[in-house]
Design a protein around this ligand. Structure first.
Ligand code: SAH
Ligand code: SF4
Ligand code: F3S
Length: 473
């Protein structure tokens, strides 16, 4: 099946349009747009789709806000703070708009979807509001706005995946790229706004994904991250109903493009990651041994209120299974502190699951009630702010310890590192990642021809909590 799939896409890739990996010279275009993105990787990937749609209409991307005729802000609603950041940014745009006649401001993404036309009333300077499934209508909306109307499209779709659009790579290092494989989410975690802002889950045509990944590889990219809110529930059935592609099969097909192309993915819902996925990872050296497996809470009672559909024991058994099939696998997590009714013993359960799982890294948050979610309708956001903060602090401190322990355990080991570019601190050092997604910094060697996109074997001799330090061998 995979071979069939590969052949089919191979032919298609020859017929496809030329791939435009970089932002072209803005002077080629009649108008310029500036786009700023917030939120998850999917939002960043969407901005690249938006850039492609605008490019086709004769708009060129610019990195200079002051050069722009159109300013877009791709927004996130996941926590209240994320929305506040956007509002603040919009007031800065207002000043610019006052000084530049004809400049338009558009709000894209999840906050646009959540607030819809209400946005236009709340933020008078906003001219265009577009939800995540309506980006194809952007050029028409821009024209409407240019003629002085307020332009809104927040329709969600059951089938839009932007499968045929080759994203314009915006802030890219030319080495690693995100590839969106599905959209929306059918889970109903009670705290989460995503099902409301992104709509129903749908999987993108497998052959278009493989084609995009192959194009990236042929353009020098060496790493793709397959993106979805819940990648393990990827499931594509072709138009004839003949071929079905699971996430494991998709990953295998992408990994087969070249052993030099690394494959990553994000995010896995613990309930959906299967042995088939783990064995596929084990079979392919170039599928990175790293799983982001958000636990959210370590308390079964809280997990039930969150509607996560697993228990603490079930989650820990999943971690055991990963360690059994993939002994070298890195694991990271998302954790929420202070969800409704959380008691000290629930919090202690979270700390215990973290220690058990030995996370290499976690994203840690204070619970933020979101309008319209199940939790907001059913439960009271009853944990006082200082308690939430203290619990978060304890979670962060434990994670810092776990990260340092995990990094220390790597001292003396040798890893194959994909070089992404100069290290942040010095152009005398390279920065790259190992398969486990850990950042490794190591000195460049005089006379060496290594460059970004190359693989290097590096032995670790020291570490900080966030970084491994090594030397070329
Ligand atoms: N689809 C991914 C998560 C996407 S949102 C998954 O299921 O794992 C990223 C993270 O934001 C979540 O994992 C969760 O930890 C956090 N988050 C989501 N809603 C939140 C809220 N209302 N308050 C605080 N954190 C939240
Ligand atoms: Fe939100 Fe849950 Fe869907 Fe993740 S799986 S996007 S947390 S509803
Ligand atoms: Fe935020 Fe929307 Fe992503 S709410 S986290 S940008 S899906």
């Amino acid at each position: 099946m995979i071979d069939q799939l590969m052949n089919k896409t191979h032919d298609e890739s020859r017929q496809g349009e030329a791939y435009a990996p970089f932002v072209r010279d803005p002077n080629e275009y009649r108008k310029r747009f500036y786009i700023e993105s917030y939120g998850c990787q999917m939002n960043f990937a969407d901005s690249e789709v938006v850039a492609a749609i605008l490019n086709q209409e004769g708009y060129g991307a610019t990195r200079e806000l002051t050069e722009a005729d159109l300013i877009f802000i791709n927004t996130c609603s996941i926590r209240e703070k994320a929305e506040q950041t956007v509002r603040k940014r919009l007031t800065e745009f207002r000043k610019l708009k006052e000084s530049k006649k004809g400049m338009l401001v558009g709000v894209l993404g999840c906050m646009a979807e959540r607030l819809k036309a209400q946005f236009l009333e709340e933020e008078k300077l906003v001219d265009i509001v577009v939800g995540p499934d309506a980006y194809r209508s952007l050029p028409a909306l821009v024209s409407e706005a240019e003629s002085g109307q307020k332009a809104v499209n927040v329709l969600l779709s059951r089938d839009e995946t932007y499968a045929d659009i080759s994203p314009v790579r915006l802030d890219n290092n030319g080495v690693s790229a995100f590839v969106s494989i599905m959209r929306g989410c059918n889970n109903m975690c009670s705290f989460c706004v995503v099902p409301f802002t992104r709509g129903r889950e749908r999987s993108r045509d497998a052959s278009s994904i493989i084609r995009e990944c192959r194009d990236l590889f042929e353009n020098g990219y060496r790493e793709v991250t397959l993106l979805g809110q819940n990648v393990d529930s990827y499931y594509y059935v072709d138009e004839n109903g003949q071929e079905t592609v699971t996430f494991a099969r998709l990953m295998e097909a992408v990994a087969s493009i070249s052993p030099l192309l690394r494959v990553r993915f994000s995010t896995s819902h613990p309930k959906d990651i299967t042995d088939e996925v783990l064995y596929t990872m084990a079979r392919h050296e170039n599928i990175c041994k790293y799983i982001h497996l958000p636990v959210q809470s370590g308390s079964t009672r809280i997990l039930q209120l969150m509607n996560r559909t697993y228990t603490r024991e079930w989650y820990m058994a999943k971690v055991d299974r990963i360690r059994e099939i993939l002994p070298e696998c890195g694991i990271s997590s998302d954790i929420i502190a202070g969800f409704c009714t959380e008691e000290e013993k629930d919090h202690a359960d979270t700390l215990a699951v973290m220690a058990y799982s030995r996370y290499d890294m976690s994203y840690m948050f204070i619970y933020s009630e979101r309008p319209g979610t199940l939790a907001q309708r059913r439960y009271t956001d009853d944990i006082p702010e200082p308690v939430k903060k203290r619990r978060l602090q304890e979670i962060v401190e434990l994670q810092n310890r776990l990260s340092l322990e995990s990094n220390r355990a790597d001292i003396g080991k040798t890893f194959t590192v994909l070089i992404e570019g100069d290290s942040k601190r010095s152009d005398q050092d390279w920065m790259g990642r190992n398969s486990q997604n850990k950042v490794i910094v190591f000195p460049k060697k005089a006379g060496s021809s290594l460059k970004a996109g190359d693989y290097a074997d590096v032995r670790v001799h020291d570490c900080t909590q966030a970084t491994l330090l090594g030397n070329l061998i």
